[in-house]
Design a binder for this molecule. Structure first.
Ligand SMILES: [Zn+2]
Length: 200
């Protein structure tokens, strides 16, 4: 089972959704999703939505600007467009932790954002899959992930929570947890103590 993640590890917001109709797209609809990080509190660095191999770079036309495609083990191909720069090469193996480049506004773009498409088997315009739906469906299949019991401290009181351990990190669930509580998370490297401080 291939697990998918969103292509930003820092803060981001969703822009134009998949399937929105419009004249500006030659197929008549937006066949990917737009995500925005750099101007929305994130670092804009783009990561693969799943591990794979860089299949092509700038192979699908100028309107995508600087773009690349990654082939995943389940046969899916993801495309990342309008990048400011690209830091991988064709044929390179990429993991969740491999930086692909940074979101930009190259090609047919009106502002800094990442346009993400997902294709089955091979790139074929227009993409028939909603990447957000796909990622959401494949985030939930957690049987391959290690669930760890973590003790955290909420206002000084210990609380045991489930954390998903993946690629050497377990802050994914913790981040959700903090968001639900409207809290701030502090982690002490030395004592491995996690404090969650509720916002006043
Ligand atoms: Zn787009």
């Amino acid at each position: 089972m291939v697990i998918y993640q969103y292509p930003f590890r820092s803060k981001f917001e969703f822009g134009t959704k998949y399937g929105v109709k419009g004249e500006k797209w030659s197929c008549g609809y937006h066949c990917g999703i737009d995500l925005k990080s750099k101007n929305h509190g994130g670092d804009g660095l783009v990561y693969p939505i799943a591990p794979g191999v860089v299949e092509s770079i700038n192979a699908h036309g100028n309107s995508y600007g600087r773009h690349l495609c990654i082939r995943h083990n389940d046969g899916m191909v993801s495309l990342y467009a309008h990048l400011e720069f690209i830091t991988v090469n064709r044929g390179q193996q990429v993991a969740f932790t491999t930086k692909l480049g940074r979101e930009g506004t190259t090609g047919n773009s009106t502002g800094v954002h990442l346009h993400l498409e997902l294709h089955q088997d091979k790139y074929k315009y227009p993409a028939k899959i909603d990447p957000r739906q796909w990622i959401e469906d494949h985030l939930k299949e957690v049987e391959d992930l290690e669930i760890k019991k973590l003790t955290v401290y909420v206002d000084g009181k210990p609380k045991v929570i489930d954390a998903v351990f993946q690629e050497g990190t377990n802050y994914i669930k913790l981040r959700d947890f903090a968001e639900v509580l409207g809290s701030q998370v502090k982690y002490d490297n030395v004592t491995e103590r996690i404090d969650i401080i509720k916002k006043k």
